[in-house]
Design a protein around this ligand. Structure first.
Ligand SMILES: Cc1ncc(COP(=O)(O)O)c(C=O)c1O
Length: 383
């Protein structure tokens, strides 16, 4: 009865792991959550207060379909201050999270059979967005040897008349890799007339190397970004799309029809996040870095192979092939047997099979407990 295009949509496995973990918790089992990419920090008080104030002073109506002008100005200023790029508020559409921005963009871009070049491993939902609107993901496999990074010459070789865009994600989920300046520059060059879609949602969460935006290298780009990760605002649902001026009107019309506008008082919270004090964000970044270093060391000691260390976001994609090839089975067994929730590599494509993704968006104490359980479990099984 439902359409063919959605009949075979795969689940977002990380959500399945989370939902099963929550079920086990309800049964009284102690669970260590290393699966979900959700900051364990509360949203900063000044951000919450801005939403409360907005809500209590009548800011409860629709906004402009592209979002409050003050928020779009703050976003443009943020890109100027951090990366010295000039974007105008007219180029921005504020959305209820980065995911709706992705939907808007793929709906607008893709005709049947159009191809989107992307890495494999990739963020789990990318191919599902693309296929749902009739497109075809064109995977380029990356691995430890090339640092889990798209190689510009391979991208050039994949470009064909069906190619509609090249999708990049840096810092990356699930690999934690950060594309360096030279690679971004070359990608922009080989892309030529083909736009680059850059998912920059982990911007600001960089512990080694430099943070960049694709807009430093080309104007022929669509940027996806949001407040979920850096500002610990996953549940607020606030994101945005930055697009070349000539495409904005069409994107705006889709936004008007599908979503009307984004939650008004949440947009005020977004302004406070960008314009308010940044100390809490800086502390979070420091804390993530400490956890990152600890987690990499413990995983290696336990026997996981981590050839390239993650430098950004808050994930470690560890090679678990020493323990098994079927990542879904491994993650299920580990959850059921010792209550440690981890995301199977297969969620991120065939290129991450045999791997497990550990999120360090959890306290050091919980990460330690998770590693202790895992160490004992794997040594008891004498693998
Ligand atoms: C790479 C990437 N893009 C987009 C999203 C979705 O973010 P949002 O909460 O803004 O919809 C996520 C969430 O995990 C992500 O990892």
């Amino acid at each position: 009865m439902l359409s063919e295009k959605v009949a075979n949509i795969p689940p977002f496995y990380v959500m399945e792991v989370l939902e099963r973990a929550q079920q086990l918790e309800e049964q009284g089992k102690s669970i260590i959550h290393l699966e979900i990419g959700e900051p364990d920090f509360p949203t900063a008080e000044h951000i919450c207060n801005a939403a409360k104030d907005a809500m209590c002073t009548g800011n409860t109506k629709y906004t402009h379909s592209q979002g409050l002008i003050e928020l779009r100005q703050a976003i443009a200023k943020n890109y100027k201050d951090r990366f010295d790029v000039d974007i105008s508020p007219e180029q921005i559409i504020v959305t209820s999270g980065t995911s709706p921005a992705m939907l808007l963009l793929f709906l607008a871009l893709i005709d049947p059979e159009d191809e989107i070049i992307m890495s494999n491993p990739h963020y789990a939902c990318y191919p599902n967005f693309v296929t749902t609107v009739g497109g075809v993901p064109d995977f380029i496999y990356t691995n430890e040897e090339n640092g889990f990074m798209l190689q510009p010459e391979e991208v050039a070789a994949h470009i064909n008349p069906k190619t509609k865009a090249i999708l990049i994600n840096s810092p990356s989920n699930p690999t934690g890799q950060v594309l360096p300046d030279a690679t971004l520059r070359m990608l922009a060059k080989v892309a030529g007339d083909i736009p680059i879609i850059s998912d920059e949602i982990y911007q600001g969460l960089v512990y080694e190397g430099e943070d960049h935006t694709i807009l430093e290298y080309t104007d022929n780009a669509f940027v996806l970004n949001g407040f979920s990760k850096l500002y610990a605002m996953t549940g607020w649902r606030l994101g945005y799309l930055i697009a070349p001026k000539e495409h904005i009107r069409t994107l705006q019309k889709i936004q008007q029809n599908l979503f009307i506008s984004t939650n008004t008082f949440v947009q005020y919270a977004g302004i406070a996040a960008l314009e308010g004090p940044q100390e809490q964000t800086e502390e979070m970044v420091d804390t993530y870095n400490k956890r990152r270093l600890y987690l990499i060391k413990r995983l290696r000691d336990i026997g996981f192979d981590i050839k390239v260390e993650p430098k950004g976001a808050y994930y470690v994609l560890a090679d678990a092939r020493k323990f098994g090839d079927d990542s879904l089975k491994m993650s299920r067994d580990i959850l059921e047997d010792i209550g440690v929730a981890i995301t199977p590599g297969i969620d991120f494509g065939q290129g991450a099979e045999g791997h497990l993704r550990f999120s360090y968006a959890n306290s050091l104490e919980n990460i330690m407990e998770g590693m202790d359980r895992l160490e004992k479990y794997l040594s008891d099984r004498q693998i």
